[in-house]
Structure formats: structure tokens, C-alpha cells
Design a protein around this ligand. Sequence first.
Ligand SMILES: C[S@@+](CC[C@H](N)C(=O)[O-])C[C@H]1O[C@@H](n2cnc3c(N)ncnc32)[C@H](O)[C@@H]1O
Length: 307
Amino acid sequence: MFSYQHEYHAGNFADVHKHLVLWLVLDSLLARPKPFVALDLFAGSGQYALDRGPAARSGEWREGIGRLWSLNRAPATLRVWLDAIRGLQPDPARLTMYPGSPALIQQRLRDQDQLVACELHPGASAVLQDVLRADSRCHLHRRDAREAARALFPPEPRRGLALLDPAYERVQEYAEIPEMTREIRRRWNTGIILVWYPLLEEGRHPQLREALLSRHPGEEILFSELRLSEPPRGPGLQGSGMAVLNMPWQLDQRVRELLLPVWQRLDPDARGGLFQATALENAQGRPQFVRIEPDDSTAMRDVKDHD
Ligand SMILES: C[S@@+](CC[C@H](N)C(=O)[O-])C[C@H]1O[C@@H](n2cnc3c(N)ncnc32)[C@H](O)[C@@H]1O
């Protein structure tokens, strides 16, 4: 069950994509003083060394965070995110560590907010326990996320997000994840749910999108997908997808404004693309993607399908 090790992929372009969308959702929760809770159901270990071990061997991070780290001029939100990562480095001048989603969330919690993290892998959860230390705002569960989807919802406070970021090492996960989001929604009708999914050659992502839409009738879902020109190293990963259910106001606009310069930096040949759709199940169950154009973020041309 535990053959997947995020250590090899930490800080790659897919992590950057996922964490920036997460960052924007946190921004919208932080815009009001009311407390929120973030439930990170497949949390990972929270921090990953880049200068040694698996990440150094795979080098995937060089085509992700490595391409953004040295940006002199960056849009404000990207700069704030990069500064947050800089602040977590042992030596802020050198990029030697990449934070996982629970560490990024922890960094943004106010006194009134909470993080609930689930991680089943004994090694990863031990590291995560160390990362979160004795922070009374953070609660770590060494439990199965599928069981947590029933046991931990609705959370208190009700305001917040749930992040589902499984490894997809079993094909059943493509069916289990939409079932989990449905379970969560049945108990928690106000929460923002984020789902990461891989775009693989011959992949199952179209079925995953459609299953999400059919499990959430009447709910508008934002899909953001990022592809690079060259398939990066790693097991056939062509691109990265994020679905956001019950998306905060104007998130679609903020995602495309933030991710356009990021994609341009990550994909200098510009043969990949940044794609976005907002979809409802009753619109034939298929999201209609638009490609976000580099010259003008508001000028978008329709694409039939970018699979
Ligand atoms: C893609 S990684 C998570 C990365 C993390 N969310 C981040 O962005 O930094 C997926 C994690 O889920 C854990 N995992 C796999 N199956 C699980 C399950 N059923 N319940 C809880 N955790 C699980 C794995 O051990 C792995 O650490």
C-alpha cells in the first residue's frame, strides 16, 4: 500500500500548481476574521529535503520550485508564497527544503484557525508530527483518509477547506475520491473541497472529472490544469489538475492571474498550456476548457478538449 513516496516528487511542477491553488483558497478564508479549519486528508510528511535523498536523485523540483525560486520580479501573491517558503528554509538564501501542504497551511493559521491532518504512512506521519510540533492549532491523525471522510465531518468550525491529494497508485482511487467528496459534502454543505489529480498519458482524469460532476449535481466546480511542453521526469506525469468544489468568489479569475506567469516560467517553450473550466453536472457532465493565453489573461480561446 505504501509504495508511493512523495519525497521523489516534492516541489515539482504539480506540487507548485496544487500549492498555489491551495494558497489562493486560504487567502479567501483569511480575508475574514471568522475562524476556519483546513482538513488535509492525505497530508504527507510536511517537509522534504531537496539537497539530498530522493528529491535530489529525481531532480523533479528543479523544473518546479527551482524555476521560480530565483525570480526577481513576481506578482505580489507569488512573491508572498515564495517568501513563505524562504522563511521555512534553514538558510533563507538557499533552497534546500520544500514544504508540504500541511506545513504551508500551518504557516498561515491565525490563533483562531485549525489544521487537521491525516497521514497513514508511519514514517511520513512521524516526520509530520515533528514538523507540526506541539502547535495546539494542529491535530494529526494517523488514520485512513477514507474513514476520516466519514468520521471528521462536519468539522467545527464549519468554515473551511478539505484537501484530497492521494497518490493514485491504485486505480480504484479514481472512483474512491469522488465517493469521498460526496460523503464529505453530505455532512458538510458549506466546505470548500479541493482535489488534486494527475494528467497521465492514457489517463483516467476525464472519468475523474465526470465522476466529480455527477456526484455533485447542481454544484459548480472549477477545474484548473497545467501542462508542460516536455513530459517531466516521473512516472508518465503529463500535467497537473486541481478541482475546487464550492469555490470562493472570483477564485477562477485569481487562479488564472496567478498561474499564467507561473506556467510561462515553468514552460518556457510554451508548448504545454494552462487550461481552466467551470462546470456544472447538468452541462452534459463535461467541462469545456479554455486555454489561458499568455499575451492577455482575459483573451481566451475555446478548446474542444485538451486531453
Ligand atoms: C501525494 S502525497 C501528499 C502530499 C501532500 N498533500 C502535499 O501536498 O505536500 C499522498 C500521501 O497520502 C498518504 N496516504 C496514502 N493513502 C492514504 C490513506 N488511505 N489515508 C491517509 N493517508 C494516505 C501517503 O502516505 C502520502 O504521504
